[in-house]
Design a protein around this ligand. Sequence first.
Ligand code: AMP
Length: 608
Amino acid sequence: MKPLPIVAGIDLGTTNSAIAVVIDGTLTVIPVAGQPTMPSAVGLDPAGKLIIGQAAKNQQISSPENTILSIKRHMGTAHTETLGERSYSPEEISALILGELKRAAEAHLGQPVTQAVITVPAFFNEAQRKATQTAGALAGLEVLRILNEPTAAALAYGAGDPDGDREGETMLVYDLGGGTFDVSLVCVEKGIVEVKASHGDTHLGGDDFDDALVELAAGRFAAQPGAPALPAAARRRLKGVMEQAKIRLSSDPFTNVQEDYLTEKHHLITEVARTTYEEIILTFLTKTIDCVRRALSDGGVTARQIDRIMLVGGATRTPFVHELLRASLGKVPRHEINPDLVVAMGAAIQGSALAGAPAPAILIDITAHTYSTAVLADWQLISAPLIPRGTPLPVRRAEVYYTNVDNQERVEISVHQGEAPTPEQNTLLGEFALENLTPQPSNSPIVVQFQLDLNGLLTVTGIEKLTGRSETLTIDTHGQHRLNLDAARANLAALFADDPDFDDDHGDEEEYEDDGDAADEDEDASKPSGTPPGPTGKATPAPPGLLASAKTLRQRAEALTAGGLSEKDASDIASNLEAIASAIQSRSWTTLQALTETLSDILFYLED
Ligand code: AMP
């Protein structure tokens, strides 16, 4: 039998491009110079040699006149770019990028690649599509189809799968890259995946976030005694530095930036908090949400009618993007496929379908459960998820929490698995304490970091931010079921110890295993997980009504204090409230019971 032809899928992006193929039912993203994506950059090096991709991007600062970036913005226009002595059309520059991708694929596969599906934004007009097709032809590629990027993303998420159940689905594809944003409403009907509405802003993306961070850093630099205003060259130098800081803020609640000798005598040493970063990008993100609303209204769809939200583009790794989408649309966005590669993958799936191959399965490693810690919010212990179900692995996420009382000496850090909103309903995987904290007023920051690797090893670290002192606990999340089963077997064996018919080894492990497919279902954070308890058992739940009664007492106490009390009564109440908060934090229910009774007595006496 003749092998099926290879039809490559190419995401020809404004900032980065990628190429993927399906061979024998397996989808592969082809590395270019060792990386899954290649900067869409073309240039001439100092010796006048053509350079494409990372090498061209690297010389952007030192040699901007010999470097061409973001050519996609000019597709379909008469714009020209000069390289050396000659000028070139956008099609010609794009052909150089496509040619480099084609060469990388041929070297990787050891065979010619002559056919391709190339993606374009849904808003591209006929001239822009035609220019893309021409660029492909100039690169020696027969372009079998020009595919809309959101359609490609939907295909990667299974939209075109003839055996799938996506029929009648409405999907929202939110694509935030380095320099452009667009959002599309994609519908699957009668096996056809179609873009119903699309909106966007061709000058909005992660680059704007970098610029805003450069402004912040420049302001802080100039505020140093004797420091000059930052010259343009130093600002350019800061751009890459702040982009890296921005990327770190997707995992960390704070990041340090240090750039020595930014000017002749002055350095930049500063810390940026994720909350500060979120404040400065809020206006940009609000614009994207406005575009989402317009796309919904153009498509005649309400937020409730959206079945899935899918994320595309590197800047969607920003946690605040997820939060805002969830807050505005009431749905958790899907991000399990690498947002830089999802479009190229979808294009490759379309390519393999055109070549007559069945749809490939995309293998992705994601968490089947949510991993959270327990925090005190409004006097209730609630689950604070650090790694939500469906997150691609490996992953590292850190969040900041705050001490409850002045001079707090220790914090308990517990680790839970499951989707329920309160820790008691989830499976406790482990807990440890960060002790001998430096005496500080309440609200001093404690950073909690979860790191989950491909083998299911969860490393949890608690860090006192002030000193950097830390404690770590490592948990084998895959071991949970086994350990639990072993314990159960031992239990049963003890029960039947005198029964000669009892077979110690008759349990079928498979029966107890989760199907691990939870991420495929619609996210519902309020549903208890039903997972069997871990090796250390569940967290001891508070006696019924105790937390609620503590909360009511606090409200009564606050109302009384606000109404005016003697200094002594106010101080008695305040110290009782602090002790209550601390008892809840450490889950000392007996102490809490006693404290609430004392407070109740004080209030009864004072209210009288
Ligand atoms: P794209 O155009 O899709 O390649 O996206 C590139 C943009 O994504 C750039 O602005 C990057 O700085 C940004 N980006 C990449 N990784 C991250 C990350 N982990 N968090 C936030 N932004 C990121």
